[in-house]
Design a protein around this ligand. Structure first.
Ligand SMILES: Nc1ncnc2c1ncn2[C@@H]1O[C@H](COP(=O)(O)OP(=O)(O)O)[C@@H](O)[C@H]1O
Ligand SMILES: [Mg+2]
Length: 217
């Protein structure tokens, strides 16, 4: 089987804190996929939350600031899963059925890390909501870009003003990072990349991990 045939129908996810370099990593993955002769029209890119019309509206609600009404942590969590269900059912699964490879900028781990680690919602409760929403649907391979939150935020700041979530305290992001690290340790189909390195080194590390994963398929 050719590399492109092996990759067809797979779902790769990039996870990491703000400013870790996820968007940058997607461009490296696109480059790697081209090297595997994966046709560009057979690649679907997603970002979460969002990616369908309704999911994008849910994303807007999560980012919205309303005078006198806080978004409750559990409402935020459920909106994330509502958006994810829309994306998985309307975009990701149909793309996989059409032999696309799907490259996701964030997926399920972000809910465990941010709403669980960051906000402090019980991780088992989030796992239960995941089961109800998505069942056994999971990424085939996850690249976790690990970065010190201070460095990530300083990179993100260079990009413009911080939004409501990005302004939260550094210890929120440190707790978030710890959950990402635990998830990566516990999952065989996931790897950690030291995202504090130069873009050239990060790119090389991503290529190497993708080569190893492809060899295992
Ligand atoms: N390895 C790196 N070293 C230094 N700066 C980086 C690196 N990777 C990305 N950047 C820069 O940091 C900023 C955030 O990167 P980005 O890919 O948008 O992160 P994310 O999508 O995870 O928030 C961008 O300005 C990007 O050019
Ligand atoms: Mg990004």
């Amino acid at each position: 089987m050719s590399a492109a045939e092996k990759l067809a129908g797979k779902f790769i996810v990039i996870e990491g804190l703000e400013g870790a370099g996820k968007s940058t990593a997607i461009s490296y993955i696109a480059k790697w996929l081209a090297l595997q002769n994966m046709p560009a029209e057979q690649i679907t890119y997603t970002r979460e939350p969002g990616g369908t019309e309704l999911a994008e509206r849910m994303r807007d609600i999560v980012k919205m600031e309303v005078q006198g009404e806080d978004l409750e942590d559990k409402a935020e969590l459920l909106l994330m899963y509502a958006a994810r269900v829309q994306l998985v059912e309307h975009i990701i699964k149909p793309a996989q059925n059409n032999q696309h490879i799907v490259v996701g900028d964030r997926h399920n781990w972000s809910s465990l890390a941010y709403q669980g680690g960051g906000r402090g919602i019980d991780l088992q409760l989030i796992e239960d909501i995941k089961q109800v929403s998505l069942g056994e649907f999971n990424a085939d391979f996850t690249l976790f870009l690990d970065i010190d939150p201070e460095l990530g935020l300083s990179r993100a700041r260079g990009r413009g003003e911080l939004d409501r979530i990005e302004r939260l305290a550094i210890d929120f992001f440190e707790r978030t990072r710890q959950v990402f690290l635990q998830l990566t340790d516990a999952e065989q189909k996931a790897v950690k990349i030291d995202a504090s390195q130069t873009p050239e080194i990060v790119e090389k590390a991503i290529f190497k991990q993708l080569d190893n994963w492809l060899a295992s398929l």
